[in-house]
Unconditional design. Structure first.
Length: 259
């Protein structure tokens, strides 16, 4: 127990509660929190958060798998795009000095932009569906598959650099691409895809030396009970209020990172 930092665990608990209530916000909140509040180098914050996310998403995938709310066909399509692009992105990052100012600046900028996109996906998801839903619904199976793979590729780049993107952005894309699929299966498929994506990216960062295992243990100690509590509270708070609050938080945090 002496290795558990209570401040990190408290942060993990708060983020865990938000993730349990909204299903979004793990990397979107945890990574900037580690950078802005605790002064952790962006590369270490991203690498540690990726392996932390892999652990929590594995638990979520297990539950969704038992409930049969994972479409493994979609997971495979996303992974077909994300896995190779993750490998390419990690290779590019390995050529940079991750502990240096250049890599730190790149990660911070990409992270800030990813937070803005995530906030937009949370706020305007319904408008996007209304505007483009009919067009996506008319796509044939081949084009839907190609766009799913392309979505995975984009997520692979974003997540490898910033640890953000596998939540709100991934779910929003799947809602457009698979409008007839129940929401539970979309969320379950997105969580299942996040496991190999965050695990591969996290291992890559570990090999490059940008992972703090003490930090990961402290975060998990707080986030796991937080997720259970947040899941219990989720049905008691209006979804629209949660999403607007989370989106506003992401915009504020993204502004502090980029400006």
């Amino acid at each position: 127990m002496h290795t558990i930092d209570p401040l990190y665990s408290l942060s993990g608990f708060v983020v865990g509660v938000l993730v349990g209530m909204t299903g979004v916000g793990g990397g979107s909140l945890m990574t900037p929190l580690l950078i802005l509040l605790f002064g952790i180098h962006p590369a270490t914050a991203v690498g540690s958060d990726l392996l932390y996310a892999a652990a929590t998403k594995t638990a979520g995938t297990f539950v969704h798998g038992l409930n049969k709310t994972v479409d493994w066909r979609i997971v495979g399509r996303l992974a077909a795009g994300s896995v190779p692009m993750t490998a390419v992105t990690l290779f590019v990052l390995s050529k940079l000095e991750l502990g240096g100012a250049t890599a730190g600046g790149l990660i911070t900028i990409v992270l800030g932009c990813a937070l803005f996109v995530t906030a937009g996906a949370l706020i305007f998801r319904r408008q996007l569906i209304e505007a483009f839903g009919d067009w996506f619904e008319r796509l044939d199976a081949r084009r839907t598959t190609s766009l799913t793979i392309a979505t995975g590729a984009v997520l692979g780049v974003l997540v490898s650099i910033s640890s953000v993107g596998a939540g709100a952005i991934g779910v929003s894309a799947l809602v457009l691409l698979y409008p007839r699929l129940p929401t539970a299966r979309i969320v379950g498929s997105d969580i299942a895809h996040a496991v190999p994506l965050t695990l591969l990216a996290g291992i890559g960062h570990w090999i490059m030396g940008s992972v703090d295992w003490h930090l990961i243990g402290s975060l998990l100690a707080g986030s796991l009970p937080g997720i259970f509590l947040g899941s219990y509270m989720s049905s008691r708070i209006p979804d629209a209020v949660l999403r607007l609050t989370l989106a506003t938080t992401l915009i504020i945090v993204g502004s502090k990172l980029v400006l």
